[in-house]
Design a protein around this ligand. Structure first.
Ligand SMILES: NC(=O)c1ccc[n+]([C@@H]2O[C@H](COP(=O)([O-])OP(=O)(O)OC[C@H]3O[C@@H](n4cnc5c(N)ncnc54)[C@H](OP(=O)(O)O)[C@@H]3O)[C@@H](O)[C@H]2O)c1
Length: 252
């Protein structure tokens, strides 16, 4: 457990803030009294609603995390960030038999791992100067591979490894690092899951994330499904791997 974090009065930056979990995090930060949120999105026109609702507390930032120049420009502008949420993420359904699988894996890696790495590199100085907080939005699929999503899981595992590195390397500089591991959540990303598949609501996940950050939890499992996986991850990582493998086991 790390020290607790105060959101009220803080300045935050959220990548992929225009929809899904990122939008819910942004709204929740503002509800909890954040002084300012840099709402980052690839297309700033998608942030109009947020700006209308919250006025000057929302600062729109054009940011594609695969673009090193845009990340550097965002880091030059947003020098007062206390809390950085690496939330932007990409998932493309694929199977091991798909001949495009390497391209799909590269695209997911480019956003989920290299994107988070670029942001960490760009904002490390600011976070150290402000004794800030890094929140990497990973996935339960990054703790043990979900074979239904093989390449996405691998990209989230790489991101999880980066979270561990950041925690070890930045602790001495006073930066707090949280890994967040949500379960299935009702956003665009999961629109193709079979009907009846249980999903958490993004607002519920955002609340779980901010509660975990405020409480200083290093591993945040923000919804009931995630909490179940988290318990198994801590008690038996190998058992969790076997349970997820059983999801794709051929019928006997
Ligand atoms: N939904 C789930 O079940 C679930 C579960 C566990 C973890 N997560 C993680 O939670 C995070 C948010 O996912 P979500 O469910 O809210 O998905 P979503 O609704 O598909 O939203 C993805 C967000 O990421 C942005 N994004 C994608 N590529 C980007 C890039 N190159 N640069 C900047 N932004 C980019 C999208 O922007 P555009 O609008 O421009 O495309 C969008 O704002 C992701 O990291 C995801 O892996 C999701």
């Amino acid at each position: 457990m790390q020290g607790s974090t105060r959101i009220e009065g803080s300045v935050a930056l959220v990548t992929g803030s225009n929809r899904g979990i990122g939008l819910a995090i942004t709204e929740a930060l503002l509800d909890r009294g954040a002084a300012k949120v840099y709402a980052a999105a690839r297309d700033v026109r998608t942030l109009e609603g947020l700006r209308r609702r919250h006025g000057s507390r929302v600062v729109a930032l054009e940011l594609d995390v695969t673009d090193g120049g845009q990340v550097a420009e965002a880091a030059r502008r947003a020098v007062d960030v206390d809390l950085l949420f690496n939330n932007a993420g990409a998932f493309e359904p694929t199977a091991l038999t798909d001949e495009r699988i390497v391209e799909v894996a590269r695209r997911e890696m480019e956003v989920n791992y290299f994107g988070a790495l670029r942001m960490l590199r760009g904002f490390a100085d600011t976070l150290v100067r402000r004794g800030g907080v890094l929140v990497n939005v990973g996935s339960v699929a990054g703790l043990s591979n979900v074979p239904l999503q093989p390449t996405y899981s691998a990209s989230k595992a790489a991101q999880h490894s980066l979270t561990q590195a950041a925690r070890a390397l930045l602790a001495a500089d006073g930066v707090t690092v949280h890994g967040v591991y949500p379960g299935p959540t009702d956003t665009e990303m999961t629109r193709d899951l079979p009907p009846g598949f249980e999903k958490a609501q993004p607002e519920q996940v955002a609340k779980g994330i901010l509660d975990g950050v405020e409480a200083g939890e290093e591993y945040v499992f923000p919804d009931p499904f995630a909490a179940g996986i988290g318990g198994q991850f801590h008690s038996s990582p190998r058992g969790l791997e076997q349970q997820l493998a059983a999801l794709v086991a051929p019928p006997e």
